[in-house]
Design a binder for this molecule. Sequence first.
Ligand SMILES: [Zn+2]
Length: 249
Amino acid sequence: MPTELAYLADFDSAYRQRFRARVVGRPPGAVVLDRTYFYPTGGGQPCDWGWIRRPTGGAIRITEVRRDGAVVVHRYRGAPELAREFVFGTEVDAEIDWDRRYAHMRLHSGQHLLSGLIFARTGRRTLKASLDSARATIDLDSPLAASEAPALQEDLNRFVRENRPLRIRTVARAEWERDRSGRASGLTLAPGIDPVRLIEIDGLDSCPCGGTHVRSAGEIARAVVVPLSPTGERWALSLEAESPSTRPG
Ligand SMILES: [Zn+2]
């Protein structure tokens, strides 16, 4: 039975912090649910952490979430007895570690914004992007002088200040292949993905992505553009300060 990737549906789903689901598997050291809002490691975005409540009280701490074929495996920390109550069919309450998830959302959207701005300003595409809890890193298809950083920072600040919206659009792969406009900042798409989930930034960029994102650029808040490699291919975006949390799920 495949796990429903409930966090994918729309922006509201990405903000969901608590949910109910049913246990459908218990591989050693892990729990499989019929649906999940936990993001599993993939696409350059690290997994969520969090908790799954035990029916009789207390919770197991989820410290690793990954896809295994069609299911999502939630690995917990501690002794196997902790999960004894999670028998097949049990309904459980789960909670996402929101500070970690929200930092990932802000960084991931910030990375798309930075990739889009670099493409708009210089025509350079992003070949690879990844993030940890502190910063998003991109590799460009050709070097970009560090002296471009202030201008990129200014562009980024303007999008944040104007609180430009992001959109999620799902299109057939054939349509995406046809309409690959010059606005797309890069990132090639693996074969077999159809339909294609696009993250669009108002008037700037449209990029295939299965990650979790903020609704608008204002939420990225204070982010700093940093040239990383001396040769100019690698750039990063770091979060300077937490923006106030919005909307508990
Ligand atoms: Zn992405």
